[in-house]
Design a protein around this ligand. Structure first.
Ligand code: GCO
Ligand code: MG
Length: 413
């Protein structure tokens, strides 16, 4: 490309963080401006880091960072082996960093480069969990007192052999963090679909009795049901008016969603494990879902996720980006900018910012207030990365648990 007046001079990857192996990419330019991106692929963090170091960073050096579209195409279209969470997390981190640089050059917050604000702040939801119903109701009340208008609820199921998805097990911390650093191999959980299907509707009933109709209630099935079970379940909980039912089935089989749609009007949210438009194209075009959950972290960054959001908008699908604690404040900010802009914004999962350690590593002026997330007007993504702080942390191998049915059959986590 002729007339280059800006060049990428170097790029570095850091792994570590408070209780998480955040993978942070920092791209430096010859103009002194730098950008940062997040490539944290939860419990497989070393892989996108390696992919960046061994294959992508050598190509980046000398490129003009302003050409974020061409650079995205170079790494996606230019590669023979496309897609997959590792490659897309690595490309995503580069893309976030380039938008950060672009915003800093323009002196504008990134959302202004998309078309400005469609709202002042974005509705978020927290995770309310309980080992039993009383525990859960207390957790919901606690979030309500902090101003949350929406909560994802997960509840221990009586007589479920060893926990269920999203709740802690006996003797464990009261929060379910998804990553377990303690074992040489993953912990095992045991799942009983029948017990879940019998009990869960009574939980929604009690929540509505106690908190009334206005609380926005979300629930994550975490891929545990078959299409027929999911259709029956979605139908049986319609009357509790959920904000969404998440991942009722493993969505590699996009056709499965048709059965659910034929039997229920419960809003469906899917996509946190997706990493490209091709994973959700059918779901969106056939209007089989209501919320798309892909995140900028595993989904190829802002450039690619924005395209998905625009496709979703013409099919009445709203956003509900994944925001589990494995997402660093960088990707949460990138999603925050998309949320402020997107005409079809729905809700944002929110768990990450707010601890003093996290704020020290990723200083930013974005903030949570009264159930909403506010994006500051700092240029770029509005998040920094403190390399000195980063020296406090090292990589620790962690795993998601694995799930078996009672008879030992492997099941979906
Ligand atoms: C969610 C997710 C998480 C995942 C975790 C796996 O809805 O937030 O389901 O809880 O289990 O992100 O890495
Ligand atoms: Mg989920």
């Amino acid at each position: 490309m002729k007339n280059q007046i800006m060049k990428i001079t170097s790029a570095e990857v850091f792994i570590g963080g408070p209780g998480k192996n955040y993978v942070t990419l920092k791209i430096m330019t010859d103009q002194g401006i730098y950008g940062i991106g997040d490539a944290t692929l939860n419990n497989r963090e070393t892989l996108p880091a390696q992919y960046l170091q061994d294959y992508l960073i050598p190509c980046l050096i000398g490129m003009d960072p302003r050409n974020s579209e061409d650079i995205w195409q170079y790494f996606y279209r230019g590669a023979y082996f496309r897609r997959g969470p590792i490659a897309m997390a690595a490309i995503g981190a580069i893309d976030m960093a380039l938008w950060d640089i672009k915003g800093k050059i323009a002196g504008l917050p990134v959302y202004q480069l998309f078309g400005g604000k469609s709202r002042e702040a974005a509705l978020v939801y927290a995770h309310a969990t309980g080992n039993d119903l009383d525990d859960l109701l207390e957790s919901i009340a606690n979030y309500q007192s902090q101003g949350y208008k929406a909560v994802r609820i997960q509840c221990g199921i009586p007589n479920m052999p060893k926990g269920g998805y999203g709740v802690s097990r006996e003797g464990e911390d009261s929060k379910h963090f998804i990553t377990d650093f303690t074992g040489a191999v993953p912990k095992e959980e045991v799942w009983d679909t029948e017990k879940y299907l019998q009990y869960m509707p009574t939980v929604f009933e009690k929540i509505r009795e106690r908190f009334g109709p206005d609380l926005k209630v979300l629930h994550d099935v975490h891929h545990r049901l078959t299409p027929r079970e999911a259709a029956a379940f979605a139908k049986s909980v319609e009357k509790y008016n959920l904000f969404w039912l998440e991942d009722p089935t493993p969505a590699e089989d996009q056709n499965a969603l048709k059965l659910i749609r034929q039997h229920s009007t419960a809003p469906i949210a899917i996509g946190e494990v997706f990493n490209s438009l091709w994973d959700c194209k059918q779901l969106i075009e056939e209007e089989l879902i209501d919320f798309i959950r892909i995140s900028v972290t595993y989904g190829g960054g802002i450039t690619h996720v924005k395209r998905i959001v625009e496709l979703a908008a013409i099919h009445h699908v709203r956003t509900g980006f994944h925001g589990a604690p494995s997402h660093s404040p960088i990707s949460m900010a990138a999603q925050g900018h998309l949320n402020i802009w997107a005409p079809n914004f729905g809700i944002q999962e929110y768990l990450v910012l707010g601890t003093p350690e996290c704020d020290a590593l990723f200083p930013s002026k974005h903030y949570y207030k009264d159930g909403m997330f506010h994006i500051s007007d700092e240029p770029g993504l509005g998040v920094d990365f403190d390399e000195k702080e980063a020296e406090r942390y090292t990589y620790k191998r962690g795993y998601h648990p694995v799930t078996r049915l009672e008879d030992g059959t492997m099941w979906n986590y």
